[in-house]
Design a protein around this ligand. Sequence first.
Ligand SMILES: Cc1ncc(COP(=O)(O)O)c(C=O)c1O
Length: 372
Amino acid sequence: MHNPYVHSPVKPGATLDQIDTPALCLDADALEANIARAADICRRNAKQWRPHSKGHKSPALARLQLDVGAIGVTCAKLGEAEVMAAHGIRDILIANQVVGPQKVRRLAMLRRSADPIVAVDDVHHVAEIADAARALGVEIRLLVEVDIGLARAGCPSGQATLDLAREIDGTAGVTLAGIMGYEGHLLTIEDVEEKRLAIEKAMAELVDNRDRILAADLPCPIVSAGGTGSFRYTVACPGITELQAGGLVMMDVFYRQACQVEDFQNALSLVTTVVSRPNTERVIVDAGRKSHNVELRLPVVQGRDDLVAVRFSAEHGELKVVGGGTGPAIGERLCLVPGYSDLTNVLHDEFYVFRDGRLADVWPLLGRGKIR
Ligand SMILES: Cc1ncc(COP(=O)(O)O)c(C=O)c1O
């Protein structure tokens, strides 16, 4: 399935100190606990889980999710979906538009080994995908992406969504699988009650679109939504059939601090080495912006209240010693909880997977770079 140790001279059983840095690490126990928890919460709310894989891009990690009941995966790009399909995953939602002759032909080809679903918000998409599907003699499932306030892509709620659903249903080569909406604009509302109400309102709007579709005698089996930052509220909303939340299995500072996600553990860390101690306050580590994304949130140093992230350039990270201690010495290892996992992971070739302090596996991020 995955090809451990190919990129890496380290051997199974190695300790953290034996891994060269900067290195992206996963704690297997925390990861598995997060996966089990998300699956369980979905189950208790009678929802399906189709976790987004854009953040981890790893078929090996996706497989763990499928093993505990996820119905498939969500991808951001066709190329990522092709990687998942090449690793035996069939039920794949591409929660994005697939446009252009090269891509729709690849999409139709993908239908031979998998059963993708694609988000559309315009008749252009329907016609282009249906043409490609008919040319190859396949049938492709489509979801209408509804704009429930995010103001990114998406069909306006109401008549426009119903018209597009009808267009899909009446077009040979494509099947109407349902609708999706992403409440990404509501993740960072500070007041939790206000956040819950805003998410419930957005979900009610999405489900209202389903009701209109059903009332027109059209099928709408899937109503898909939800991200890590909204998971706890969206999962409880009536009418939603499946959740896309994915990053919660790894976690990061953005989810924890900005989205107030509390019930999942930090499974992801970036291991760095202290490379310079120019003075008593300043600690320089070997993880700059080419190793992790710091735009959305700065990282937190795991288990070190005496160190605060301050500033990052391309290859250097600056931490500050607080509280009057001496801080770490040159050569010491520090684990950073990434500020934002999604944009950090794409900077790395592999996850080093540790269990009980020992290297258990190496998972390449096979979907990385698959931006087409
Ligand atoms: C369409 C869609 N669904 C869900 C998500 C949430 O993903 P995650 O749970 O990994 O934050 C995103 C994030 O950007 C998204 O664009």
